[in-house]
Design a protein around this ligand. Sequence first.
Ligand code: SF4
Length: 107
Amino acid sequence: MAAQYRSGVPDNWFVDPVQLGVPGVRRPVVEDEGTQLSWQTDALCAQTDPEAFFPEKGGSTRDAKRICSSCDVRTECLEYALQNDERFGIWGGLSERERRKLKRRAG
Ligand code: SF4
């Protein structure tokens, strides 16, 4: 009798109210520029004179490189500069010329 009564009823007619309460799938976190640059929060150069990192042509890079050598995010910084083809300034302890050399060796 029961089987007869249920005939023709779609199998999925019953919506579990518990399931209805489950929030939809969250959208994946998209990496934006802010995330990519999150390492900059720990950048040592942010606490010093930024001009040392962008010296005039022929200017000394010694001070900047010294600061980089004790920076916690040196690797991230250098990787970022290589990936983004940063042309100017000291990044990750390397000058533009040194980064170019590194890229040539890597490529
Ligand atoms: S490695 Fe040098 S340029 Fe890079 S964040 Fe650290 S101090 Fe700044």
